[in-house]
Design a binder for this molecule. Structure first.
Ligand SMILES: [Zn+2]
Length: 371
């Protein structure tokens, strides 16, 4: 989500450095998980992580090379486990990743590297758009990239699976939105070898927190025919920390994917709720997340988020009991970190990442709009 909450500017560098150090130490002693899957991954992977297209990145600042090839997460057995390892990597090896910074570029490269290793031909979609930055929402030109991988399905009609990879500069953004990116990358790995009725476009959006710029850049680049062919957009944003897992959509025809997901989750004993007629705009009427550009183009969306609509101002921004986080808010605060979630809500992150991975995988393999 992009809406500005009171921001705590005291992110603790020493803590961040300690986390990075610990994670690097752990990465070195971590046992290889599964020989078969590692071999399988190696067989389909490009030898050099980012040789593909660093020049294609928007001409922002100089581009660093990702060298820790062996530290990249590898497929594991339980749904959500791979997603979690991506959250760990992004929040410890990169950290906060404000739009149009070196850290955001590094995150794009990480996503590109992971998708390339799975076997995808990755497209970068550079864009330059005016957004707003900081508490005072200063209008600023932002350069960033969407990172896109396409899996051909039985039909040329498309489902977009989207998650933004930038964060605010004052939070590690484990929930907002490494969690969505982690599930997107896990789904991209799972779906690579599975048949799907629709063509799937996995899109990691840049520059969401400064005005949902990446999703607008993506939709604006679609031709009228391509818009017509886009059956639905699934938005994954802040899905791991809040009390309750929700899926939102428009009503009527725009609710097809949401209602399918609610029914599938109920049949499979996964807790998933919705809020009908929810206001997903901020005070200025601007969409609070990446579904907005698709909604404006009349493309149905299903937007997954974990929060708690019964607490606080009942506006979806109080995610947990007010004794936790900053008055119940996690996103855009220094509480948006895995170690805090694990200590405060043991097992929640695993449960959520598993739930969203399973539900969205089911949509991508089984949902058909004509049914
Ligand atoms: Zn977000």
């Amino acid at each position: 989500m992009k809406k500005n909450l009171p921001q705590n500017t005291s992110i603790r560098r020493p803590l961040l450095l300690l986390l990075i150090f610990l994670s690097m130490a752990c990465a070195q002693i971590a046992p290889q998980t599964d020989v078969a899957t590692v071999t399988q991954l190696a067989a389909t992977s490009a030898p050099s992580p980012i040789s593909v297209s660093t020049e294609q990145l928007a001409e922002a600042s100089p581009v660093p090379q990702v060298t820790e090839e062996t530290a990249l997460p590898t497929p594991v057995a339980q749904p959500g486990e791979l997603a979690r390892s991506h959250v760990e990597y992004i929040t410890t090896h990169i950290g906060a990743r404000l739009a149009d910074t070196q850290a955001e570029i590094e995150t794009a490269q990480y996503i590109q590297t992971v998708l390339t290793k799975i076997g995808y031909t990755v497209e970068l979609q550079p864009f330059s758009k005016v957004g707003w930055v900081g508490e005072d929402e200063i209008e600023t030109r932002i350069r960033s990239n969407n990172v896109i991988a396409t899996k051909r399905g039985e039909s040329e009609a498309v489902i977009v699976i989207g998650a933004h990879y930038d964060s605010v500069d004052t939070a590690l953004g484990a929930d907002d939105n490494a969690s969505g990116v982690g599930v997107l990358l896990e789904l991209a790995a799972i779906l690579y070898d599975l048949p799907s009725p629709y063509t799937l476009r996995f899109v990691a959006f840049g520059a969401e927190e400064v005005g949902t710029l990446g999703s607008y850049a993506y939709v604006e680049a679609l031709s009228a025919e391509e818009r017509q062919q886009t059956v639905a957009m699934i938005n994954l944003d802040s899905i791991s920390a809040g009390d309750t897992l929700y899926v939102y959509s428009r009503e009527g025809k725009g609710a097809l994917v949401r209602d399918w997901a609610l029914a599938w989750a109920a049949e499979n004993d996964i807790a998933l709720e919705t809020i009908r007629q929810v206001n997903l705009n901020d005070d200025d009427g601007y969409p609070t997340a990446d579904h907005g550009a698709f909604q404006e183009a009349d493309i149905p969306f299903a937007y997954f988020e974990a929060t708690n609509w019964t607490l606080g101002d009942q506006d979806g921004y109080t995610q947990v009991d007010t004794q936790y986080g900053e008055d119940g808010a996690i996103i855009h605060t220094t509480y948006d970190r895995l170690d805090y979630f694990d200590a405060t809500f043991p097992g929640r992150v695993e449960e959520r990442l598993s739930a969203v991975t399973r539900i969205v995988q089911a949509i991508l393999t089984d949902f058909k709009a004509s049914e």
